[in-house]
Design a protein around this ligand. Structure first.
Ligand code: PLP
Length: 294
């Protein structure tokens, strides 16, 4: 996924309300180096990010992503982002995305070591082609994250509810899943509850009721899961947030991993045991998720 467009956001306080932030943006050559070697994002993974799906030049669910960016910044003690400035930067980037599926990334880092302000930038790149996995589904293995369910409240310095740039552990979990012959992973708490996938939320179906692990701080609250719940509620299905025991995973009538760019992918097997796949509903979900959503 090579970047095709990048812009850097100049420092703007939250109190600075103005109609047009274009003068605070610097478009940079997406193929050329643009960051200082002192950047704390690269040195320490110290910052937060968002990945927004773009379909035919329309950036999806921008408000939900901006709210989560602000929440991640709050958890990480980063200065409050000026959301109007970010919204306008997203609009500039989306206008650079031709037809098809693209991904816009928002990155807010703590900045250069001993520097005065955070560094903020936005990129746009073509999305990977997820057509095959959306129709075939994915097998998963469960992996112990090593923390109990209530860890976020007890140890907020672990930053568990924030979408931080420190994704090395998530990537390692995906590699472990592949070593075990699966396509993806679902993390479990050390006390046996289901959490989330390394880059997606989990939704389970039991009859006409859909549940997802409660985002009580230990996991990221997925914007796609929220969209899927809106769709399901509109179809008259019951939806809810619960503590889900690991043993419930294999009993589900169907299950999905959902995320902003790959969208809805059915889970075909859990730890080698097959799970029923609802192909028709998966197709409907992806059709909905590919339609313009604000
Ligand atoms: N959980 C984790 C850990 C993620 O990294 C992601 C997305 O990258 C999600 C859940 C799903 O979030 P969203 O639907 O907003 O993409």
């Amino acid at each position: 996924m090579s970047q095709r467009f990048a812009l850097i956001l100049g420092p703007v306080g939250v109190g600075q309300e103005r109609a047009d932030f274009a003068g605070t943006f610097t478009v940079v050559d997406a193929a050329a180096p643009a960051l200082s070697v002192g950047e704390l994002s690269t040195q320490r993974g110290d910052g937060v990010f968002e990945s927004i799906g773009v379909v035919d030049s329309h950036a999806q669910e921008v408000t939900a992503h901006l709210e989560r960016l602000a929440n991640s910044a709050r958890i990480c003690d980063l200065p409050e982002p000026n959301l109007e400035q970010w919204r306008q930067a997203i609009a500039v980037a989306a206008a650079e995305c031709p037809a098809g599926e693209w991904v816009i990334k928002l990155i807010l880092s703590r900045g250069v070591e001993h520097g005065p302000t955070p560094t903020a930038w936005v990129t746009a790149a073509p999305a990977s082609d997820f057509t095959a996995v959306r129709s075939a589904g994915v097998s998963i293995v469960t992996l112990d994250r090593g923390y109990p369910l209530d860890i976020a409240e007890r140890s907020p310095w672990l930053l568990l509810g924030a979408k931080t740039l420190s994704y090395a552990v998530n990537m390692a979990a995906l590699r472990e899943a592949r070593r075990r012959g699966a396509g993806d992973a679902v993390f479990l708490s050390s006390d046996g509850f289901v959490l989330e996938a390394p880059t997606a939320s989990l939704i389970l179906r039991f009859g006409d009721r859909f549940i997802t692990p409660a985002p009580t701080g230990g996991i990221l609250h997925g914007t796609t899961q929220l969209s899927v719940y809106e769709f399901l509620a509109g179809r008259g299905f019951e939806t809810g947030y619960e503590q889900v025991r690991a043993s419930d995973l294999g009993r589900a009538d169907a299950a999905w991993l959902v995320s902003s760019v790959r969208l809805a992918v059915a889970i075909t097997a859990v730890d080698g045991q097959s799970l029923p796949v609802d192909h028709a509903l998966t197709t409907e979900l992806n059709k909905y998720l590919l339609s313009p959503r604000d």
